[in-house]
Design a protein around this ligand. Sequence first.
Ligand SMILES: [Zn+2]
Length: 323
Amino acid sequence: METYNPQKLPFFPRPYPGESLYSVLCRYHVRSGNATAVKTIRQLFGGDASLSSTLLLPSAFVLRHLDAWSSACSDLCQAGFLWAHTAFSLCSLWEYSFYRYLFFDDYKPAVASRKMRSGSFRQTRIQHASQEIRYCPICAAEQKQIYGESYWQIVPQLDGVEYCPVHQVRIVSTSIHVRDFRYSFLPADTVLASPSIGTTADPIAPSPYSEIQNRPDIFVAMARCVQYLWQHLPEYSGIWFLLNRYRQLLSVPKAHELWQSASVVREKLLQNHQAKLVNWLLSQNEMVEPRYIFFSQFSLAQHAVMISLLSPSPEAFFSDALL
Ligand SMILES: [Zn+2]
């Protein structure tokens, strides 16, 4: 039986801008020349590993191998890789303590708590509801032109991203569900060359956004906001920064009053925005008392809409902050 020696990983592909870890691993598999995915998985992880989590939020087991891979690619540093090629930065929208533990305190995956080992559950909270691999057709064509191959990006996979934030065209969904690639490498370049795998999305918004589907401007603003959050959230203190900013922009005097101020928030937003949109944004579980707004339960898409309604751009939302 082969023994795993991370020092002997012969090479590791240099990640492209905005590329998901899963996509990098797919490209590694292609270049390795390995006949089977099992062989590549064993080479990378020294054993069995599910690849599903590598699309957005790799499990602690996967993360443990980053150091070994980065020794085969001098451009990689572990923290930089996590920010640029996973969606970990978005975890701070819900679990700041987890995020702090992972990045600012000692990073010790080997002694990780059970909670951290099961970290991949958060993927469903930030991933697009379809849970299929998605892409922007113009981005894909540009990648092919610049790098000679297409790759899977992080941003089109995220909740609230229905349009490409750069090209303002609809994101296209493949028919590949996240569970379909647990043990297989499906590189973008191969998938997109095969019309039977890549499918074009119907030009309608998915059901959570049916109230606003005739507003491409909102979707573009949302997508820009999600991209900004993904890129910049680590510079701020996650959910607390957002709540503080919401409070300032809505003129709610005290922090603890924000969640009790559903009618104030609704009224302020209705001054400048359509009722349909505001209602969708503030709609929540029917079990929840309607007087309250649980911002900490907001989805990524809801935060993106909230920021878009309160500020002309995500840059303005974050840069004008009076801290
Ligand atoms: Zn694009």
